[in-house]
Design a protein around this ligand. Structure first.
Ligand code: A5A
Ligand code: ZN
Length: 477
């Protein structure tokens, strides 16, 4: 693919831009002939690999990676009542082996509680076995009936990172919830994606959880995208799967559990939040190609310039950077266009005058141009990367802030969510939430704890006037 594929729609037309960039930047091919299932191109897959590398690095500090089966026997899947109710309309069932009916139908995991917890029941014996903190990165299947969308609402979620932990007490599990939220904050900080953390209303919590903390970001069109959730499961599942431990006094107790997950929605957010009219913009840590070297070859010095560029590539590669020389026989402008579309953070141009002056012309993906001395290039590139990431964070945070309106009256909510989200006070009552939703057209997404000083805080409900908490109201993907 090259410049023939043409320009992107402007990012202001976000949904057109999103659909186009997925193939123009070679992320996802949507032409697979099953609804809700998509194909990762190598470039998209390389982005995924780097992002999930960061996630694994953070998890590996105090989790272990494991792998459980895709198929779950109906007998296990059907044990936890709330969980079944939450997922029954979304489960794909395998009912045949060859031409014969299976004795017990097998569910394709929509998430893995019911695959993992029967094993936890065997593994957990005493308080000394706890805590357990495992995670896996797998595909999961959900027969979604809402509009499917690549990377955002899939029927095969290809990149489901799910962690499942077991603890002795409810409080310890609560601490794990906090620590998981902190981990997700760190992860998204590395992707330069700003977040809003809230507690989902009771009717929107994970089926089988005591409560759910959600991590949302705001997409360029002002809609929120839930890019991670952390659930306190209490003893709901340990009671049904009989996960018990012997405490210090020799008594049998039900374990307390948490689980938390992130899907390729993190990639959807990454592409959407940072990209511009020219294509992707990727943080250096995530970019499959961090530096592209474009030799400006003309006339007699062609071979010299090319070999200079290749020598530079070798040097930078030895220092651990992901570098590519674009030696193709096309106009430099076409090369710029090509690599901008794919989000490469830094372009180094080398022409005859640069060689003579022992410099390199460096242009960052957001358009800042500098002349760097050839001799200390690696140090300068590292500094440029840090500054570039900082600009991405600032820009993304500014865009998030711009989409938020604080409201004090229920009548202000509708206007606010035309532009993005509203934050207003809500008491937690179902009827007040229904009134907010009817009058504004948005959803009551979650309460923001007082710990988030910039967004949270207490007040009085916009509907009934009783004591209330800052609440995120908006339209969600
Ligand atoms: N077992 C827990 C972790 C769980 O399944 N939680 S969850 O249902 O909330 O899913 C975790 C995350 O996966 C969600 O926060 C959302 O970001 C993502 N997700 C859920 N359904 C999805 C879908 N159909 N396509 C893409 N991502 C999805
Ligand atoms: Zn109220």
């Amino acid at each position: 693919m090259d410049e023939e594929s043409g320009a992107l729609p402007p990012k202001e037309k976000f949904s057109e831009w999103y659909n186009d960039i997925l193939w123009k930047a070679e992320i996802i091919d949507v032409r697979y002939p099953v609804k809700g299932l998509y194909v990762w191109y190598p470039h998209g897959f390389a982005i995924r690999k780097n992002a999930y590398g960061v996630l694994r690095e953070l998890l590996d500090r105090d989790h272990q990676e494991a792998l459980f089966p895709l198929l779950i026997p109906a007998t296990e899947f059907m044990k936890e009542a709330e969980h079944i109710k939450g997922f029954e309309e979304e489960v794909y069932w395998v009912t045949k082996g060859g031409t014969g009916e299976l004795d017990i139908p097998l569910a394709l995991r929509p998430t893995s509680e019911t695959a993992i917890y029967p094993m936890y029941a065997l593994w957990v014996r005493s308080h000394a076995d706890l805590p357990i903190r495992l995670y896996q990165v797998v595909n999961t299947f959900r027969y979604e009936t809402k509009h499917t969308r690549p990377l955002i609402r899939l029927r095969e979620i290809t990149s489901f990172k799910e962690a499942h932990t077991v603890h002795t007490t409810w409080e310890k599990a609560e601490e794990q919830v906090e620590s998981a939220v902190t981990l997700y904050k760190e992860f998204y900080e590395r992707l330069c994606i700003p977040l809003i953390i809230s507690r989902r209303p009771a009717w929107d919590k994970f089926p089988g959880a005591d409560y759910t903390i959600a991590v949302d970001t705001i997409m360029p069109d002002g809609k929120t995208l839930q890019i991670g959730t952390v659930h306190h499961l209490g003893d709901h599942f340990s009671r049904t799967f009989n996960i018990t431990y012997e405490d210090e006094k020799g008594e049998q107790k039900f374990a307390q559990q948490t689980c938390y997950g992130i899907s390729e929605r993190c990639i959807a957010a990454l592409l959407s939040i940072h990209g511009d009219d020219h294509g992707l913009i990727l943080p250096p840590e995530i970019a499959p190609v961090q530096v592209v070297i474009v030799p400006i070859v003309m006339g007699k010095r062609r071979d010299e310039i090319l070999s200079y560029a290749i020598a530079l590539e070798t040097t930078l590669k030895e220092k651990g950077l992901r570098v590519k020389v674009d030696g193709r026989d096309i106009r430099p402008g076409a090369k710029y266009y090509y690599w901008e579309m794919r989000g490469v953070p830094l372009r180094l141009e080398i022409g005859p005058r640069d060689i003579d002056a022992r410099v390199v012309t460096a242009v960052s993906r957001d358009g800042i141009k500098r002349t760097l001395p050839r001799d200390r290039l690696i140090e300068d590139v590292r500094l440029l990367f840090t500054a570039f990431e900082e600009r991405l964070r600032t820009r993304a945070q500014a865009s998030l802030d711009q989409h938020i309106t604080r409201v004090t009256l229920i009548d202000q909510i509708q206007d606010a969510i035309e532009k993005g989200v509203a934050i207003g006070q809500w008491c937690g009552g179902l009827e007040c939430a229904q009134q907010i939703e009817q009058q504004s057209g948005g959803s009551v997404l979650g309460t923001i704890s007082g710990a988030d000083e910039t967004l949270g805080g207490k007040g009085t409900c916009v509907v009934c006037g009783s004591s209330a908490t800052a609440t995120l109201i908006g339209r969600a993907y």
